[in-house]
Write a protein that binds this ligand. Sequence first.
Ligand code: GSH
Length: 219
Amino acid sequence: MKPLTLAIANKNYSSWSMRPWVLLTQAGIAFEEIQLKFSDDGGIPGIGPYSPTHQVPVLIVGGEPVWDSLAICEAVAELFPAKHLWPAAARARQVARSVCAEMHAGFRNLRDAMPMNIRASLPGKGMSPAVQKDIDRIVSLWESCRARFGDEGELMFGQFSIADAYYAPVATRFLTYAVALPAAAQRYADALLALPAVQAWMAQARRETGFVRADEPYA
Ligand SMILES: N[C@@H](CCC(=O)N[C@@H](CS)C(=O)NCC(=O)O)C(=O)O
């Protein structure tokens, strides 16, 4: 049995599950996956034994739960220091932590109006001035991280880091809702979406057939 087990929900809808799954997969860290399914109201039957919050994602490490996506990513970075999951340079690492915290705590308008729905095509749905403001801030942080820290690759801090895993579900939303981006932000979104782990998650999401009413405001 693998020492790490990650419990997630539907790959089509569960943006918080996507982050640590992409992190572990892209970094080549072996883990066992337990996939539970949302009920129509967005709850997760069967999550009780795994997660003290009754939410996904939850990572089981040596039989003990680590819950909440940001804590999971931090725990994985600490367990696998050789994978360099945060940028190496101190200032880049501080900014990477800030942009992850900003995602974790914010962008509520975007998250509410454009819920992740990888297999759907919903151009123009959900757009409003408040959502555009969230998008403008994301574009600005992507552009500034790329310009300042992105020399060594195509990703937010050059090489793959937790920040990319954190913004992968945003890039899938921009695809689903056909959000127009400036060129540099679009280049970053394309590089992010092209990561093998992101491609794998999206392919599996597209094969899912479960329809979750709570995540389908436009159906
Ligand atoms: N802050 C948490 C949010 C987790 C979260 O909202 N998960 C959703 C699925 S993406 C969930 O478990 N929903 C079920 C529920 O709240 O009953 C994290 O970052 O992991």
